[in-house]
Design a protein around this ligand. Structure first.
Ligand code: NAD
Length: 433
């Protein structure tokens, strides 16, 4: 057996010599570089886009084996299985129902890359089955599910990483350090925005029978019964309330997380006001809002969220954060960060990303599993906290009310808003208590 150090040295030598190791050979060497007792068996639930990317990052580490893939789309499963075999030299077992996958005794951890309305059930079932979990963001499609996921992690003591990879980015840690340093002066306001064209659906498919190989019932899961529709199947489910929360939950959890973290917010805002509609295109058929503004009021400052479906924004950034300080403004998104002093005679400063946040986020997950550390880079508590903020904004816009949320008593003190805290699961699905 070669050691991890041997492997890394040999790979470096091969790369320096311009030799590219074939995927499967590299994967075999990665596996062999870790002792049998330290090997981890992982599986993926939801194989189309982000979940697959996460799995590839996970598999890019020593001593990890992909033993299962699960999806409701059988042709996607077949093609991913072929890819997995080519990349990692072993064909994983295939599942259409994640509950059979979770029965496997030899499975250590799962990656959950399904639409948001499934995250809570899959994550809580995985914890109950004794598996560690990498769950994509937003952690859940409702406030009550966020709480259920925190309870499950605590009850079963599993390692949980939320797919908010910015928490593993050096650039965003620099942002936090700058805000904490006080050099921006008193910050009165943080503007957060995400403008993306997929917030509009202009030509939706017609409802019809599900194609062969698509398990529509299992796609719907706990969500209300609805006929199959091709437009909702892949990715664009984000723009329908039963499965997602539009740009505010999709991008909002990443970006609001950064605003809340930087501003050291640990509780609920004093109040939330919001207004939203579909204004960008008159024939936009999404249920979620393509034009939305949310105001989170705190005693000392305001955080404002906004989104549209036109891909432009302030400072030529279609998404980002702007910390408005009395001495300087700090602008940041994944591409870089700029500090603009109020005094025009002073020099601007800028920074670029310096690490692969996706890869480092999975490294952190695997390290935490091996060391049984619960404090991952983005815990379920972190993920639940900012997901609640996103849901607060959507609920304020949907009810057209200025809201105050009591996170201990689980109420808005508004019957209409309270009805949106907990989704009514379709039978036989039951939310974790
Ligand atoms: N961290 C990030 O930067 C990032 C980026 C993109 C997406 N995401 C998140 O990843 C998740 C997936 O998004 P996506 O864009 O990959 O969606 P997608 O629609 O492309 O893929 C979802 C996959 O889940 C499968 N699926 C649906 N129901 C299932 C079930 N019951 N069992 C097994 N598989 C099921 C679908 O068939 C599909 O293959 C979302 O929560 C999204 O918010 C995170």
């Amino acid at each position: 057996m070669i050691t991890r150090r041997d492997f890394l040295r040999q790979s470096a030598t091969a790369m320096a010599a311009g030799i590219i190791l074939p995927d499967a050979l590299r994967a075999k060497a990665l596996r062999a570089s870790v002792s049998a007792s330290d090997q981890l068996n992982v599986a993926l639930i939801g194989c189309r886009s982000m979940g697959w990317n996460d799995l590839v990052d996970v598999m890019n580490h020593p001593g990890v084996n992909c033993i299962g893939l699960c999806d409701i789309n059988s042709s996607l499963l077949d093609s991913r299985a072929a890819e997995a075999e080519k990349k990692w030299g072993r064909r994983p077992d295939l599942y259409g129902d994640y509950r059979y996958l979770l029965e496997r005794k030899d499975l250590d951890a799962v990656v959950i890359g399904t639409p948001d309305h499934w995250h809570c059930l899959m994550m809580t079932d995985a914890c109950a089955a004794g598996k560690d979990v990498y769950v994509e963001k937003p952690v859940a499609n409702s406030i009550a599910e966020c709480d259920a996921m925190v309870r499950a992690q605590q009850r079963y003591g599993r390692v949980v990483q939320v797919g908010q990879q910015q928490r593993s980015s050096q650039l965003w840690h620099q942002m936090k350090a700058i805000v904490d340093s006080g050099q921006l002066g008193r910050i009165a306001r943080v503007n957060v925005w995400a403008n993306f064209g997929y917030a509009a659906i202009l030509n939706p498919a017609k409802d019809g029978p599900a194609p062969q190989g698509i398990d529509h019932e299992m796609w719907l899961g706990p969500a209300p019964q609805r006929p199959f529709n091709e437009t909702r199947l892949n990715g664009l489910w984000r723009m329908y309330w039963d499965y997602g929360g539009g740009l505010l939950t999709d991008w909002g959890v990443h970006l609001l997380d950064m605003a809340l973290w930087a501003m050291n917010v640990t509780g609920m805002p004093l109040r939330v006001a919001a207004s939203g509609a579909n204004h960008t295109y008159l024939d936009n058929k999404t249920e979620t809002f393509d034009s939305l503004s949310v105001f989170y009021q705190f005693p000392q400052f305001l955080i404002q969220w906004s989104n549209t479906a036109i891909e432009q924004g302030p400072y030529h950034m279609n998404y980002g954060l702007e910390f408005k300080g009395a001495n300087a403004t700090l602008l940041v998104n994944r591409e870089g960060m700029e500090l603009i002093p109020l005094d025009a005679k002073q020099q601007k400063q800028s920074w670029k990303p310096t690490n692969n946040e996706h890869l480092d986020h999975t490294t952190n997950f695997l390290d935490c599993i091996r060391q049984r550390r619960m404090e991952t880079a983005c815990t379920i508590q972190n993920g639940a906290f900012c997901a609640k903020y996103a849901h607060l904004g959507n609920i304020a816009a949907r009810t057209r009310q200025v809201l105050t949320y009591d996170d201990q008593k689980h109420t808005f003190h508004s019957k209409e808003a309270d009805r949106l805290i907990t989704p009514q699961y379709r039978k036989p699905w039951k939310m974790f208590k």
